[in-house]
Design a protein around this ligand. Structure first.
Ligand code: ZN
Length: 615
């Protein structure tokens, strides 16, 4: 995995170094699995006919006769997993891991002590250029072998660094050897996950299956027998070594396939007397499965047809000011399109309508008239950041997640609107198209929208002025409380507060953005159950891993019963509402599924019921 920016990996503290050491030794431990045959035959002596039909009918699960015994079901599960691996092999999804190391607070329970962030693209291809393995500059070859073992082989296009990779192992149960030769399948029971009835199996690696084998439980939907969820760890670490526990969820985003979407990892024991060596929570999200990866071949499909571009009534040349605005719009369009193509910006959608309504409220009540309407877009990543390019305001998914209400959303948007109103245009250099010609994984090195401190101060001043004249004037207490909560956690959340394209909201553990609003806010009180200053991550915006569309989660809020339920800015387990793909056309051919974008995006209900613990 190549990273979007090199500085992700820097700033490691001792805890993570310890984690890395653990990962490394685990990696070494996985070097001695029993050599497995290239294509191990399923040990399905009782069901020879089933195995044969399975091999013949790749990608056509619906054409197979329904299994009548549990052995046949297991054969089908194995077949579907192999078909998923094949289906995803041309794809290079974005993979994000956000990790919080935990410390025990007597009152609030485990709270973040520090945090780490990883972002990259993962190539799920089966093919590999041998020389790439030997090519690695000081790369740990043992570790690469572990990658290969658990995830399959990677091409050189997007190499994973081993730390984030460790959190993504459970994309598949076992990339190379998911079969009866390596595993015992024990049927447990039927159980519903969301709307989907599943068969539950416990998997244990066979005695001689080697190290690094999946150990845990799988949930399999009972129509086509695709794995929907995996929960467990990897078996037989050597002494003093360690595998993370993981809970991995898949979503039915394309007909016939359940796409790996979320992985939650958690370690740590906070019972009395226990001394923790490792205590953390981590969320791994995958998206951008449908991103184009081809070089020049897809250029034609990316040309924008912009109907509002030419609004001059006459056929004359643009005036100098009009030319300047055209130029800025061109830069804005270039950047928006480029970020979307890299999987960093969600396509225009319903969340933007909500953001734009708030912007409109600010504009109308402040008599702001701009030559072009202000647009908003959602950055698909977790770190809390905003920026604007031309007349487009961009807010990160993670920031929208943690905002408690509309007043605090107005606060966030007002700062960027102020930049636009004050004419603090950035990024006009991106009107030159050559500046868009870079590979996705170096996006952060090639784009940036940071204002100078003077413009930041001026934007804050203007923003407060606008807020006070707006309908949100009465709601600034909650915005101020949000700033206070952020300030309380900022020293521990430097990775979450590290902006990658815009200005930081906090610098060196101190909130700088609109900090003045905190002075007039009520006192922050974690024990006051009706005071919700900030929300956990993942509670508001759901991102479709297939097409990157975002929507607002419509889950009913769960009543808070103790201060520990608030979990401001915290990582929680995933518990998506599982549903089948809307049209349920599992008969669709593999190729059709691969070529088309699903139209009904809201079928993948991914509401994170963050207060529900996973079992
Ligand atoms: Zn700013």
């Amino acid at each position: 995995m190549r990273k979007f920016m090199s500085k992700f990996g820097s700033g490691m503290n001792l805890m993570v170094l310890a984690l890395l050491a653990v990962t490394l030794t685990v990696t070494a431990a996985a070097q001695q699995p029993a050599p497995a045959p290239q294509n191990p035959q399923p040990v399905a002596a009782t069901q020879p006919a089933q195995s044969q039909s399975g091999q013949a009918q790749t990608g056509q699960a619906a054409n197979l006769a329904p299994p009548t015994t549990m052995d046949q079901v297991v054969d089908r599960v194995i077949l579907r997993e192999k078909e998923l691996i094949k289906f995803l092999s041309p794809r290079t999804p974005v993979v994000e891991t956000y990790l919080q190391n935990l410390t025990q607070d007597p009152q609030l329970g485990p709270i973040p002590q520090d945090d780490h962030y990883f972002l990259g693209r993962m190539d799920l291809s089966e093919s590999i250029d041998r020389s790439d393995y030997l090519d690695g500059k000081g790369k740990d070859t043992k570790n690469e072998s572990m990658e290969k073992h658990l995830l399959g082989e990677f091409t050189k296009k997007f190499k994973f660094q081993y730390q984030p990779l460790g959190f993504s192992w459970m994309i598949f149960a076992d990339r190379n050897d998911f079969d009866r030769g390596h595993y015992d399948f024990h049927y447990v029971r039927r159980e519903f996950l969301g709307d989907v009835r599943c068969l539950v199996f416990d998997l244990t690696p066979k005695k001689d299956a080697g190290r690094g084998r999946f150990l845990g439980r799988i949930w399999v939907e009972d129509q086509d027998f695709n794995i929907v969820r995996l929960n467990g760890t990897y078996a037989r670490p050597q002494r003093n070594n360690y595998y993370f526990h993981m809970d991995a969820w898949r979503l039915n985003l394309v007909p016939g396939y359940w796409v790996p979407s979320y992985i939650y990892s958690e370690e740590g024991d906070f019972t009395a007397g226990h001394v923790n060596k490792i205590a953390f929570k981590a969320q791994t999200r995958m998206w951008g499965y449908n991103l184009k990866t081809g070089p020049a071949s897809d250029e034609l499909t990316n040309i924008r047809v912009d109907s509002v571009k030419d609004d001059t009534p006459s056929a004359q040349d643009a005036t100098p000011l009009a030319a300047e605005r055209e130029w800025q719009q061109q830069a804005e369009d270039n950047v928006v399109e480029r970020l979307q193509r890299a999987g960093l910006l969600a396509p225009e959608g319903d969340v933007d309508k909500i953001l734009q309504t708030v912007v409109n409220n600010l504009e109308i009540t402040n008599n702001i008239e701009l030559p072009r309407p202000v647009r908003t877009r959602v950055l698909t990543t977790s770190p809390l950041e905003t920026f604007s390019v031309g007349n487009t305001i961009v807010v990160s998914r993670g920031l929208i997640d943690v905002l408690p209400d509309e007043g605090s959303l107005a606060m966030v948007l007002s700062h960027e609107l102020a930049h636009i109103v004050l004419g603090h245009n950035l990024g006009s250099q991106y009107a030159f198209n050559d500046r868009m010609l870079f590979s996705d994984e170096v996006t952060y090195q090639n784009l940036g929208f940071k204002h100078i401190p003077e413009e930041e101060t001026a934007a804050d001043k203007k923003a407060i002025e606008m807020l006070k004249a707006s309908p949100y004037a009465q709601k600034l207490d909650s915005a101020g409380l949000f700033i206070k909560a952020l300030q309380a956690r900022a020293p521990q959340l430097s990775a979450l507060l590290q902006a990658h394209l815009g200005n930081n909201i906090a610098e060196n553990g101190t909130v700088t953005r609109l900090a003045q609003l905190a002075t007039s806010a009520p006192a922050l009180d974690w024990n006051k159950l009706d005071q919700i200053a900030a929300l956990p991550l993942g509670g508001r915006v759901k991102l479709n891993p297939w097409d990157d569309k975002v929507e607002i989660v419509k889950s009913q809020p769960v009543a808070i019963t103790s201060a520990r339920d608030k979990m401001p800015f915290e990582v929680t387990p995933f518990y998506p509402r599982i549903t089948r793909y809307a049209t349920a056309s599992t008969t669709a051919a593999t190729t059709a599924a691969a070529a088309t974008t699903p139209t009904a995006t809201n079928t993948a209900t991914t509401a994170d019921a963050s207060t529900t613990p996973s079992n």
